[in-house]
Structure formats: structure tokens, C-alpha cells
Design a protein around this ligand. Structure first.
Ligand code: DGP
Length: 115
């Protein structure tokens, strides 16, 4: 999967629509198409990386930190009483879109552990 085919790169470039929650220089947050909680936002880096491991090895600590900070901002704004951040990497974890994304889930009591 390269950047021209990647669906999340297309959202970053505004080539396909998404319900954007936040946009920063190096990250975008938008509502998940298939929400698993009342609030389900995806936070992605603007630059393409297939998964967390790739991004962690390519991005600066600043970029990594910004991504996490944006997820925290989205989560706290959605629910001061709590939220969850999930990253799936690889098929065993159920990753289906191969552009790193942080799921921010909130708005209901979330079971632990996840399945
Ligand atoms: P994962 O299974 O961790 O790779 O999650 C991928 C998520 O991406 C899944 O919850 C559905 C969401 N998704 C897939 N395609 C689109 C899309 O075109 N727009 C939006 N907003 N979300 C999408």
C-alpha cells in the first residue's frame, strides 16, 4: 500500500470526506465510519506509516508525542470521566487499514480486557 492508494492518506489530502474533529500540521483526527462507542475518533499522522512500529522507527519523538497528545485532547474533550486509546498492529490485532491510527473510544463504560 502506497500513499496514493491509502484511504487515510486520501482523508489527509481531503480527497475523500471525513467528519474531522481536529487537524494539526502533522496529524488529523476524524470520526470512525463504523463507531464502536458513542465517541469513536481515529487520530492519524499526516505522513504515511503502515503501523505503530514503522512510525516509531521513522518519526521524530516530537511527532510521536504530538500524535499521543492529540489523542489525549480528543479523549478528554469527549469525556472527562474517561476514554480509551487503542492501536491495532497486524492481522492478529485486527488491523484492517494499514495507515497508523489511534482509536479514541469514549462515551460508555468500556469493558476490560478488550477481546
Ligand atoms: P483497524 O481495524 O484498527 O485497522 O481500524 C480501522 C478503522 O477504520 C475501522 O474502525 C473503520 C475505520 N474506517 C475504515 N475506512 C474508513 C473510512 O473511509 N473513513 C472513516 N472515517 N473510517 C474508516
Amino acid at each position: 500500500m502506497n500513499e496514493s492508494d491509502c484511504i487515510f492518506c486520501k482523508i489527509v489530502r481531503k480527497e475523500i470526506p471525513a467528519r474531522e474533529v481536529a487537524r494539526e500540521a502533522d496529524a488529523v483526527a476524524f470520526s470512525d465510519l463504523n463507531p464502536k462507542a458513542p465517541t469513536h475518533v481515529l487520530v492519524i499522522p499526516a505522513r504515511h506509516a503502515a503501523n505503530l512500529g514503522d512510525f516509531a522507527s521513522q518519526a521524530s519523538p516530537h511527532e510521536l508525542g504530538n500524535l499521543l497528545a492529540l489523542a489525549a485532547k480528543v479523549g478528554r474533550e469527549a469525556s472527562p470521566s474517561g476514554y480509551r486509546v487503542v492501536i491495532n498492529e497486524g492481522l492478529d490485532a485486527g488491523q484492517s487499514v494499514f495507515h497508523l491510527h489511534l482509536h479514541v473510544l469514549a462515551g460508555r463504560a468500556l469493558a476490560w480486557p478488550p477481546g
